[in-house]
Design a protein around this ligand. Structure first.
Ligand code: UDP
Length: 246
């Protein structure tokens, strides 16, 4: 874990206590100085998964930055009386870094999502960020990551975005990060959104902290995954009571 920001623990996951802008500044500096950097944007689902999977918990503790992705983490930190300033989502961070990279003619490597998504993503990125150097764009349905990792090692992109969903994206990053002196970040379904294949929640839902509700109604298959939310909040409340009694 990088030392520059104070840490707020939510159920033992060490989140950075930083604004989105301060975090971006720190990451951009690390990219500028060619430091290997592993970012995890963690939501309640990830926190609950880590509780059950010690190796994933260790991986989170060893990442350079864990950021609060989702209102559930902000709420959790509030309940624990150690508030965090704002959400730092994978999608927003990726967009901000692509814009920054475009201004500075940085290089990027995309791995993840279906082939048609990746094909459209390349087009969208070339249009929106014409000065960004796209060194690789591969779909996320591979049997072996090693050849892709070799290509990344050879090309040394400034940023690698891996969009194959947790926990696999973080497990691969943890295993291969040493091969590239740049940023590695897992971004879940972000390529589907940026390529235009799935829609992000309309502003209304975002502003009313109801993005999760929008996803629930627009992608009912996610409903089962969301059952973790009430369980997460109950666990945080129990933890808060325990801390008060100490
Ligand atoms: N995906 C992939 N390879 C796989 C399984 C999934 O590239 O073997 C992609 C999938 O196409 C989607 C993303 O990973 O683009 C998962 O998105 P999701 O929203 O489920 O991410 P999470 O919520 O887990 O971060």
């Amino acid at each position: 874990m990088s030392q520059e920001f104070p840490i707020v623990n939510v159920l033992n996951v060490p989140f950075i206590n930083a604004t989105q802008q301060a975090f971006l500044d720190a990451v951009e500096h690390r990219i500028d100085t060619r430091q290997t950097t592993f970012v995890v944007t963690a939501n309640p689902e990830i926190v609950m998964y880590a509780r059950q999977h010690p190796s994933y918990q260790t991986l989170l503790e060893n990442a350079d930055y864990v950021t609060p992705d989702g209102i559930g983490i902000i709420k959790g930190a509030e309940i624990l009386k150690t508030p965090l300033p704002e959400r730092i989502t994978g999608y927003d961070t990726m967009l901000a870094l692509l814009a920054w990279g475009n201004q500075r003619q940085r290089s990027v490597y995309f791995v993840g999502a279906k082939q048609e998504v990746i094909t459209d993503l390349k087009r969208v990125v070339a249009n929106r960020y014409p000065h960004l150097k796209v060194l690789g764009a591969r779909n996320g349905y591979f049997d072996d990551f090693a050849p892709i990792a070799d290509d990344i090692a050879q090309q040394q992109p400034d940023m690698v975005f891996l969009a194959i969903g947790f926990p696999k994206q973080e497990e691969l990053i943890a295993a291969y990060q040493h091969l590239n002196h740049g940023l590695w970040m897992g971004v879940g379904g972000s390529f589907d959104v940026l390529s235009g294949h799935t829609k992000r929640a309309p502003k209304f839902f975002q502003e009313h902290r109801l993005e999760w509700f929008y996803r629930l109604i627009s992608e009912p298959t996610r409903a089962k995954r969301m059952l973790v939310l009430p369980r997460y909040l109950r666990t945080v409340k129990r933890e808060a009571r325990k801390l008060r009694q100490k």
